[in-house]
Design a protein around this ligand. Structure first.
Ligand code: SAH
Length: 365
């Protein structure tokens, strides 16, 4: 049993079963044993690989996206470029390099990073050392937001804890993490049904309540509605809401039991993009998208960017560039181009943002 598993078992013996959100939050963020707190999980040697680690084109296109949002805002003299959960710092590094194409933007921006992991903060510091950007780190999002801002979050919302409810003949009962007869972590259900969930559904249906992710999107939407700017969220998950248990654990690129390796496997959920868009609209911003990552990157000029880079590359480099670019836009229900969605919440005074050209949701009110 891992140290965290022992600690969780002790906690459950004392206080009773944990909500799924509490379990997730402890597995990822426990100060000593939390998954993100003690290691760098990325890359082929790690547990998973993200889009910025696959191809530099990803971050470069998002850097150009940010630059054109800044222009659409009327090129304010000072703007915060905020990233949530920057991982190894690769996305920001590539964004800043691409942003050099627009000197005014580079001069106007200050870089703010929201990161809970000390290990990853150190990685980010190294990655951005040569950029001249002098980033500032924050523990919480509200500390990072001030004045006009462009906020970017790739694979961040999927790491935010959510609660789960299971439909039983008596109503919705909360899914909890307790202990089985042998003292091992096991799922169970709350005794009392939760009467605040009015939704009807067939018995056995699982309903997820992503309160933390909705709150992040709402906070950013409120901020850009009041101060100007836009927030961009890229993650895996459906464009439409549905039922189902999406909690998953990944270790060395293989799915494992979500209760088997607390603190030693990455624990994530799929992001409900319809709900995130709704959270943005309710907070007073416009929602652009969701669109698939494929549509978004192609609309931003992935093909042209890849061709320009290939012209300056050796044949071996060109081949690897082609492989990376292709992986970002690959179709298929579990492939990046289709499983991943992109949503922006933006100041309503901004025109349709690049990448979303055919997909704007009607504004409310
Ligand atoms: N955006 C990066 C990394 C994604 S992994 C990429 O695309 O490669 C998730 C990132 O979010 C990690 O940097 C992790 O440490 C950070 N993170 C997760 N939950 C967080 C929280 N509640 N507050 C701050 N950072 C968090």
């Amino acid at each position: 049993m891992s140290l965290l598993a022992q600690e969780l078992a002790e906690l459950i013996r004392q206080d009773g079963p944990l909500s799924v959100s509490r379990y997730m939050a402890l597995c990822l963020g426990h100060p000593r044993h939390g998954y993100y707190m003690k290691q760098d999980p990325f890359g082929t040697d790690g547990d998973f690989t993200t889009a910025p680690e696959i191809s530099q084109v990803f971050g470069e296109l998002i850097g150009l996206w940010a630059a054109s949002v800044w222009q659409a805002m009327g090129a304010p003299a000072s703007i915060r470029l905020v990233e949530l959960g920057p991982g190894r710092g690769t996305l920001m590094q590539d964004m800043l390099r691409a942003a050099r194409a627009l000197p005014g933007f580079r001069e106007a921006l200050s870089v703010h990073l929201v990161e809970m992991s000390p290990v990853l903060r150190e990685r980010q510091k190294q990655a951005l050392a040569a950029s001249g950007a002098e980033p500032r780190w924050h523990d919480r999002i509200d500390q990072a937001l001030e004045g006009p801002a462009i906020i970017v979050a790739n694979e961040f919302l999927d790491a935010l804890p959510l609660d789960q409810f299971v439909r039983t003949p008596e109503g919705w009962r909360e899914r909890l993490v307790g202990l089985d007869d042998e003292g091992r972590l096991a799922f169970g259900l709350s005794g009392e049904p939760d009467s605040s969930l009015p939704l009807a559904a067939p018995a056995g249906s699982v309903l997820e309540q992503p309160a933390a992710a909705s709150e992040v999107v709402a906070t950013i939407a409120r901020h850009v509605a009041a101060e100007g700017g836009a927030g961009l969220f890229i993650d895996y998950g459906p464009a439409r809401s549905g039922f189902g248990d999406t909690l998953q654990a990944l270790q060395r690129h293989v799915f494992v039991d979500v209760l088997a390796e607390p603190g030693d496997a990455d624990l994530t959920v799929h992001v409900d993009f319809a709900r995130m868009a709704q959270a943005g609209l309710s907070a007073g911003a416009a929602a652009h998208g969701p669109v698939t990552q494929r549509d978004f990157l192609l609309a931003l000029g992935l093909q042209q960017r890849f061709e320009a880079l290939s012209r300056r590359a050796t044949p071996a480099q060109a081949e690897s560039l082609a492989g990376g670019a292709q992986r970002l836009i690959e179709t298929g229900s579990t492939a990046m181009g289709e499983l991943f969605k992109v949503l922006a919440v933006a100041d309503r005074n901004l025109p349709l943002l690049p990448g979303f050209d055919l997909h704007r949701l009607p504004e409310q009110g």
